[in-house]
Design a protein around this ligand. Sequence first.
Ligand code: UD1
Length: 429
Amino acid sequence: MDRIRIVGGTKLNGTIPISGAKNAALPLMIASLLTPETLVLENVPRLSDVRMLKRILGNHGVDVMVAGKRIGERDEDGETVKLNAATIVDTTAPYELVSQMRASFWVIAPLLARMGEAKVSLPGGCAIGTRPVDLLLMALEKLGAEIEIEGGYVLARAGNGLKGGEIDFPKVTVGGTHTALMAAVLAQGTSVIRNAAREPEVGDLARCLVKMGARISGIDSSTLEVEGVGSLHGAHHRVLPDRIEAGTYAFAAAMAGGDVTLTDVQPILLQSALDRLAESGATVTSETNSIRIRRNGNGIAPVSLETEAFPGFPTDLQAQFMALMTKANGTARITETIFENRFMHVQELARFGAKIRLDGDTAIVEGTPVLKGAPVMATDLRASVSLVIAALAAEGETMINRVYHLDRGFEQLEAKLQHCGAQVERIRA
Ligand code: UD1
């Protein structure tokens, strides 16, 4: 397995282009199952999760084509992917594939909506808490699906098609909202989705579905109304920028010090994270499509926070912010409210000399002036990149093992950091 070697202590200076959002690209690709016509997605990040989903969709009969580079396209532009599901050859998503990536479970909604049946393995994915799918199945039942669980598989049927219905989510769920939307767009009649997730990636899916002919109102709000249509058509859509990748590099710049500009971003999508970063003492300047982060000389102030659904501070940036707080001049309390057990990075950060104590769903981080490089292990996607952030500011060498987790969600991580002067290299297995 590849490893990443980082020698800490260098300031970051330069520009980092932000890729398309993984968490938008995945549901958008899955939405191609809803139409026999071609869905063209631009700015799709080159990530192992995207490659895995191409395989999963291919298994259902989706023709996936990656367009070559056009004149004027820049290296940092993501792929243009054309997906055509003219014929769905298989409505089963097997354990071998779904267990590799949790989001692939969401194929259940378009398969059911278009084909009236789906058999999808219960998911695996990041080891963060139990992550059930009960609310996704509840949403499908509200739209008239019959659900059975058998041998680790969910069997969903809607012999006469799905019917519009009212879905009230008892808690905000991104995957639940994606699932409800993709099912409701082809259901007969009107559906209302209440307490819908307002994460920008949900809005991105909804906007693409509208381009495909869906009738959705209330986009970006917590109540979505969907008037079902008989069929959807092809469309062209650009994946929105990755707010989690942007936040990660913003925190990395604040941790290492220096002057970094993130381009191809929408600062509004990570405002809560940028506000916390500014409170910690970094100078953050946002333009329409770029964010500049500077920290020179002055230290890192402790900032306490809790994770929340959008527009609150994202759980997907919790580990990275904790890494930043390990060098604060004071104590910060970081509370995780979305996932239980999302603190696997705590033990690994301790290997750098970080002082973190857990008290239920709260990590108490006592800042320390010096971190020391160490061999560490990547455990899940966001936890892994928190180790990169710590390593950038640690004295000496850090070796990060099991980097396949990073490759699931960060495109060209080493190149982007090297470009800003960081001493980072990948050691191939
Ligand atoms: C998505 C993101 C993930 C992010 C998370 C929260 C993708 C591919 N993944 O994950 O990066 O951390 O949103 O912003 O977009 N829950 C239930 N029952 C369900 C579904 C969820 O109890 O049926 C719970 C979960 O255990 C969790 C909470 O709801 O405690 C939120 O989870 P959810 O928003 O569904 O996360 P994902 O969609 O899996």
